[in-house]
Ligand binder design. Sequence first.
Ligand SMILES: [Fe+2]
Length: 270
Amino acid sequence: MTDDEPRPVGVTRKTLLRAAVVVPAAPLLLAGVPALARTPSGQPLTATPQSCDDDLTPPQLEGPYFKPGSPLRTSMLDGTGTRLTLTGYVVGLACQPIAGVLLDFWQADNAGAYDNVGNRFRGHQLTDAQGRFTLTTIVPGLYPGRTRHIHVKAQAPGRPILTTQLYFPNEPRNSTDTLYDPALLMTVGSAGQATFDFVLNVPGVPSSPSPTPTTPPSPTPPGGSTWRPGVAYAVGAQVTYGGAAYVCQIAHTSLPGWEPPNTPALWRRR
Ligand SMILES: [Fe+2]
């Protein structure tokens, strides 16, 4: 299908993107939305969009409650609330899946409060080799002045950080929240299953995702060692790079392109 051909009613460019990207897992991830994976004639979609430029995920305000150093985890379940499982892909401008994207989520708890001392409902993770992520959490509570939302920072290796927020459909406050953007709506189905695909400003060609490093991580070197890829850095680890000294803010295993000057979410200059 090209841009000039009519699309099925209700099928946006983004859903076509998703249908193209998620072929291996479509039966599970697209449960409840079967129409998105079919053409009007009922034939399975086979076209792959050549560009995802139009679906570039827009930035949003960070807000006052971000803090660095969230734990590495895919589940933020902690306390009461309605369980929510958010899955999706991170792709670039050519709709290519991007492996190793740092996704740092934070949100309010069931009562609409942020944990500004500890790390409840804060966590970061990396997309897998197919550009996929899964976050297990709860539906965030409401707090004054805002509609329901989840904050997130997304950073592909060696690229700038995208800070944005994700929204829930059918929320009464969506119509009055001045930050609300329908381009950031998750698809939320029954049983607390939600999906959202990020499109980052990362050039590329539609192809297989970059291979993940095969070198096993080695322990964090003593403070002051030169930064290098393939190392499991802990919070507080100290490295040098390009003649400058840095302190690790978020535990992670380094990848090519994640040099400290390129990843301010991971490294603070001393
Ligand atoms: Fe917020």
